[in-house]
Design a binder for this molecule. Structure first.
Ligand code: PBG
Length: 330
């Protein structure tokens, strides 16, 4: 039975603006745009390699030529940027390959700047993919030595800039690395290379599939000595504030969905370009549930990305970048 007119003396009926997709679109507060998405890519040695990551369906380890192909397809879908991770052939205790001009990331940067010139090329700067022990820095007595590690990170960042990276993105969570990288870049004439700092990076269980993709799980222990305690949010503001003081151009909160409150506080406190990283475990959860027929993948993907955007993220790094850009453009 339809409602009897006037049966309730309501001044506001919220449902009026939800009646059709056209009305809903008029009053929609949060929109997704392809411009905001960044696609992470895992670059390995060789040519023609395209190896799917077991725990991340649709994500691959890619040789440079395949990475260029993937990046071009993403660009064609509207994606603006890629974030590169390297899988070196050789690992050692100081992660030497991280600053090797011929390593996968540096090679991919050169190829991408040549083949897809309007794509923003961002490089992850960390040692965990390059060390044989899988830790993010140089060890002494099984502990990461901060300042020595920063010297190695600086070398890696400079080699990325020399290859042509637009933005370097330190993800290691050592203290003082943003300032050290900024000074080193400026001293070498790379004052135009920006820094996107993983400023509030939590010690999260949701990085599991990434460590599978990058073969970077620590051989012993964990990352609690440098990544943030998930219980802390005030501390995230101190981390972000410090990285901005040291010269970060973009600040990141990571993971994204479990930390929407942190994204909001960072955006409100600093009004800075803010990125959020929908990490491997967030992606894997959606994929796994969708594969079991338990959720509608496309809707769940758009809902999570919209939530991250609504929380205040300007840039969203996501393994769904290509699909999301395609859907956002419609
Ligand atoms: C590396 C790094 C990690 C991620 C981004 N950079 C892994 C880690 O800290 O263990 C995680 C990304 C993801 O899970 O998608 N330093």
């Amino acid at each position: 039975m339809p409602d009897t007119p006037g049966s309730l003396a309501l001044t506001r009926r919220f449902r009026r603006l939800r009646r059709s997709e056209s009305i809903r679109a008029l009053v929609r507060e949060t929109r997704l745009s392809p411009d905001m998405f960044v696609l992470p890519l895992f670059v390995c040695e060789g040519t023609g390699v395209r190896r799917e990551v077991g725990s991340m369906p649709g994500v691959f380890n890619l040789a440079v030529d395949e990475a260029v192909r993937e990046a071009s397809a993403a660009r064609a879908a509207g994606v603006r940027g890629v974030l590169l991770f390297g899988l070196p052939a050789h690992k050692d205790d100081v992660g030497s390959a991280s600053a090797d001009p011929k390593a996968p990331v540096q090679s991919a940067v050169r190829a991408l700047k040549r083949e897809v010139p309007d794509l923003v090329v961002i490089t992850d700067v960390c040692l965990c993919e390059y060390t044989d022990h899988g830790h993010c820095g140089i060890l002494a007595d099984r502990e990461i030595v901060n300042d020595l590690t920063v010297e190695h990170l600086v070398r890696a960042a400079v080699s990325h800039a020399e290859a042509g990276a637009d933005i370097v993105a330190p993800s290691d969570m050592m203290d003082g690395r943003v300032g050290a990288i900024r000074r080193a870049l400026d001293a070498r004439g790379f004052e135009q290379v920006a820094i996107m700092s993983y400023a509030a990076k939590y010690c999260s269980a949701f990085y599991g599939p990434f460590r599978d993709a990058a073969a970077s799980a620590p051989a012993f222990g964990d990352r609690r000595s440098h990544q943030m305690d998930p219980a802390n949010a005030d501390e995230a503001l101190r981390e972000v504030g410090q990285d901005i003081e040291e010269g970060a151009d973009i600040v990141m909160v990571k993971p994204a969905l479990p930390y929407l409150d942190v994204i909001r506080r960072v955006k409100d406190t600093f009004s800075y370009p803010t990125a959020a990283y929908q990490v491997s475990g967030e992606y894997a959860m959606l994929k796994a549930a969708a594969r079991n027929g338990w959720i509608d993948e496309e809707r769940a993907m758009l809902e999570t990305l919209t939530a991250i955007r609504r929380a205040g993220a300007d840039i969203v790094i996501t393994y769904y970048a290509r699909e999301a850009a395609r859907l956002a453009r419609r």
